[in-house]
Design a protein around this ligand. Structure first.
Ligand SMILES: C[S@@+](CC[C@H](N)C(=O)[O-])C[C@H]1O[C@@H](n2cnc3c(N)ncnc32)[C@H](O)[C@@H]1O
Length: 191
């Protein structure tokens, strides 16, 4: 399936989602569903749920970027109704429609649908601009249970450095990372 979830990241996400204590997961940034479907395949075995947050709009992907930025240009060219249809088809193909709760909206507009300390795992993979990645950390950190996990994508992008600093400031601890296609897994302190 087209998407950005490496095999290494899939293995880490699935190891957490295979655990029967992982009941409620959220992903910010779904695209065609690659990582959310991997998580759903594991959660399905024990009745867990994953909330798939993405607006699938050009407006959302442009936020925080200058219009000369390579990312701005790449994401602006996409056909979002096609991408959204691909996501829906992939969910059907992999038979995970009962495990994925679609939340079509921008992360900053839907965060209050989640109660504080309700998520066992949060995957932050939405708009990677400094503004948006930092805002995702600030709005969603408290949604994660104490002792829960936060997977952050593209940790080598300068634009995500501030978001990572905020995670540490809020009391998250890095427990795993990958350098190939970089990501880092953080754990929210249990206290
Ligand atoms: C890198 S892709 C996600 C890749 C996906 N997780 C995978 O495994 O293939 C980034 C996605 O973030 C979405 N996005 C952009 N701004 C967003 C926002 N404010 N809230 C939620 N999603 C957003 C885009 O529409 C896009 O689909």
């Amino acid at each position: 399936m087209d998407g950005w979830c490496s095999d290494e990241k899939r293995d880490v996400l699935q190891e957490i989602c295979d655990n029967e204590n992982t009941c409620k997961v959220a992903e910010i940034g779904v695209y065609k569903g690659k990582s959310v479907i991997y998580m759903a395949q594991s959660l399905k075995k024990h009745g867990g749920l994953v909330y798939a947050i993405d607006p699938w709009t050009v407006k959302a992907v442009q936020q925080g970027y200058d219009n000369t930025d390579t990312n701005y240009k790449w994401w602006t060219k996409l056909d979002y109704s096609k991408t959204y249809n691909n996501f829906q088809e992939n969910v059907q193909t992999y038979g995970v429609q009962e495990t994925i709760v679609e939340v079509r909206g921008e992360s900053q507009d839907v965060f209050d649908q989640f109660k504080d300390e309700s998520l066992d795992l949060l995957h932050i993979d939405g708009n990677h601009s400094r503004l948006c990645s930092t805002r995702d950390v600030l709005l969603y950190f408290n949604k994660v249970k104490k002792g829960g996990y936060i997977m952050m994508d593209d940790t080598n992008w300068k634009t995500t450095f501030n978001a990572q600093r905020e995670l540490l400031r809020l009391g998250a601890v890095e427990v795993k990372s990958c350098e190939g296609r970089p990501w880092a897994l953080y754990k929210r302190n249990a206290v």
